[in-house]
Ligand binder design. Structure first.
Ligand code: AMP
Ligand code: MG
Length: 316
């Protein structure tokens, strides 16, 4: 029996499997299985108000489940799929309210991992899958990250995730594109595509209309993270609880955004296994304003307990 055979069998029996994607590993059930969908929420300890992402194997399949596919969707999907871009669209009845937490819209994307695409094709319909971690905890980017939290779960091995942070989530409202969650497909990249195709759409960052994903604290390891702008020795640390700096581990966010994204969750995990009082993660002034780092800093800031300087993250 291959991994795909085994996963297929579990899904057919209303179960849940771990799937690799280029972003992070997912916890997947058939969109047709209410029991499977319920099990995802139960395993993740995820509140029912936090909707799941539907994973499809093609643009053709995506169109079967939504009612407002537009030429702009076609352009974005053609360019970025398979890839880390999730589109929010109006759902058809074949997508249950459980998946969308009662919303009329559904989040949909085509991942690029070959095994996961093969599984969706074999099943004949999409998979609903959030990230394979407990609610608000760090997302998994390797098989072992999933099995160490869910030892009884069958997980398809896709190696290390090549992107490393969750997808960019956006909604298209007429000629306005709203990014609800920044990711490695940046606003700049989408803008370039729009202008190359003479599309007069505007694109901007927005708070998600629903609370999840936009929770202030998320992706958090147990050991507190202190994010610093520049080296620690240049900071005024008087605002920090004293014990935090007793035994620190440090990591400089890599200058290359693709590498930084691929490594960030692995570093959160590594830190949690060390006996340190805090982890110092250093970013540069350039990274702070670089659009390519928007998704990475979004995750880092939500995972951080302290900031130096204290006003590094301005509340909007
Ligand atoms: P996860 O797969 O764990 O990253 O979680 C999926 C995230 O997608 C949720 O936390 C939401 O932020 C977002 N999402 C899913 N469905 C919708 C929707 N219909 N509208 C807006 N955001 C959504
Ligand atoms: Mg998640």
């Amino acid at each position: 029996m291959t991994e795909i055979d085994k996963a297929y069998k579990i899904l057919k029996e209303n179960g849940v499997v771990g799937i690799p994607t280029e972003t992070v590993y997912g916890l997947a059930a058939s969109i047709q299985s209410q029991a499977g969908i319920n099990r995802i929420f139960e395993l993740k300890e995820r509140p029912f108000f936090d909707p799941l992402i539907v994973h499809v194997n093609s643009i053709t399949q995506a169109k079967e489940y939504v009612s407002n596919w537009s030429p702009l969707c076609e352009l974005l999907a053609n360019h970025f799929w398979p890839g880390p871009l999730t589109l929010i669209l109006t759902k058809k009845n074949s997508i249950s309210d459980k998946i969308t937490s009662g919303l009329k819209t559904v989040a949909i994307r085509m991942p690029s991992n070959k095994k996961t695409l093969e599984l969706i094709t074999r099943l004949g319909h999409p998979l609903a899958a959030p990230s394979a971690n407990k609610f608000t905890k760090t997302s998994p980017t390797k098989l072992i990250d999933v099995t160490s939290v869910f030892p009884d779960l069958f997980v398809i091995d896709g190696g290390k995730c090549t992107v490393g942070i969750e997808s960019t989530i956006l909604e298209i409202l007429h000629n306005q594109i709203k990014i609800y969650r920044p990711g490695m497909i940046s606003k700049q990249e989408i803008n370039t595509l729009l202008s190359q195709n003479n599309i007069p759409a505007t694109i901007s960052y927005h708070e998600s209309p629903i609370a999840p994903g936009s929770l202030k604290h998320h992706y958090m390891p147990k050991t507190p993270i202190i994010t610093t702008l520049g080296p620690l020795h240049e900071q005024d640390t008087s605002s920090l609880p004293k014990h935090l700096l007793q035994k620190t581990a440090s990591w400089k966010l890599p200058i290359n955004a693709a590498i930084a994204a691929r490594e960030i969750y692995g570093h959160f995990r590594k830190l949690d296994q060390q006996e340190t009082t805090s982890m110092i993660i250093e970013i540069t002034p350039k990274q702070r304003i670089d659009d390519h780092f928007k998704g990475i800093l979004n995750r880092l800031f939500k995972a951080s307990s302290y900031f130096l300087p204290e006003d590094l993250v301005e509340e909007s």
